[in-house]
Unconditional design. Structure first.
Length: 252
């Protein structure tokens, strides 16, 4: 069974840094498990943070603009073709991790067959992995328009100020119906120790479930592209045990 984790939040909140940190934590705790990193953010920064310039996207398949690595096999159904094309755009990061980029997506209101065909192909692809981590555009709605799967954990990343916390409440509300009753909570990022008490009061004011905080890491200014942070990784390692995901080697 695939464990699905969605990282949501406003652009600039630190989503991609959190995705990379959580990925490293999962690799350390479950080195034999397979992971799919799913870049659903329009900035498509996740691939760049690994030093990869990924230009082949799910949108490219949908629009017919994808440039294939190999020739297209003959005598395929449209569904088989889409499944094959998704395999073609998977980018391996290591022996157990792949990354895929969606970029622009079609609306679920679109009645064209390819919308359902892509959804069905992605559901099948995702099911092959032990974990999938979604780097989301804003909330779960944009992801849901592309693929409809149960999300076990949704993390809303927010910066430590009232405007960002207010927005986190909106993201929580927009995402709630797509989270389908699974874990949905806020992680405050870039927090100074002296800010914690007033921030907790703000979170209480907006009736938000708080899963934890991540300290501010000034070295990220030097790692803008790689999004690497030992401080964020350590914080996610400590937060891991609060998440609704398997805590032992065996995935149930």
């Amino acid at each position: 069974m695939t464990v699905s984790i969605a990282i949501t939040g406003k652009s600039g909140s630190g989503k991609t840094t959190v995705v990379k940190a959580l990925w490293r934590v999962l690799r350390q705790k479950h080195p034999d498990k397979t992971i799919l990193l799913f870049d659903n953010d329009l900035t498509a920064e996740l691939g760049h943070s690994f030093g990869k310039d990924i230009r082949q996207t799910i949108y490219g398949i949908r629009s017919g603009k994808h440039e294939y690595k190999t020739g297209i096999p003959e005598d395929m159904t449209k569904q088989e073709y889409i499944e094959w094309a998704l395999e073609d755009i998977l980018e391996p990061l290591d022996d157990n991790t792949d990354i895929i980029v969606s970029w622009l997506i079609g609306s679920k209101d679109c009645r064209c067959p390819i919308t359902k065909q892509i959804n069905d192909a992605l559901v099948k692809l995702i099911a092959r992995y032990d974990y999938v981590i979604f780097d989301c555009e804003f909330d779960l709605k944009y992801l849901h328009q592309l693929v409809d799967i149960p999300i076990n954990v949704t993390l809303v990343i927010a910066r430590p100020n009232e405007a960002s916390i207010h927005l986190a409440k909106r993201i929580e509300e927009y995402s709630a119906k797509y989270a389908a009753g699974e874990q949905l909570g806020v992680i405050l990022n870039k927090v100074n120790k002296q800010e914690i008490e007033p921030l907790l009061q703000l979170l209480q004011k907006y009736d938000l479930t708080t899963l934890g905080t991540i300290p501010k890491d000034d070295t990220l200014k030097e790692n803008r592209v790689s999004k690497e942070s030992k401080i964020v990784e350590k914080a996610m390692d400590e937060l891991y045990y609060r998440l609704n995901i398997p805590q032992s080697e065996g995935i149930q």
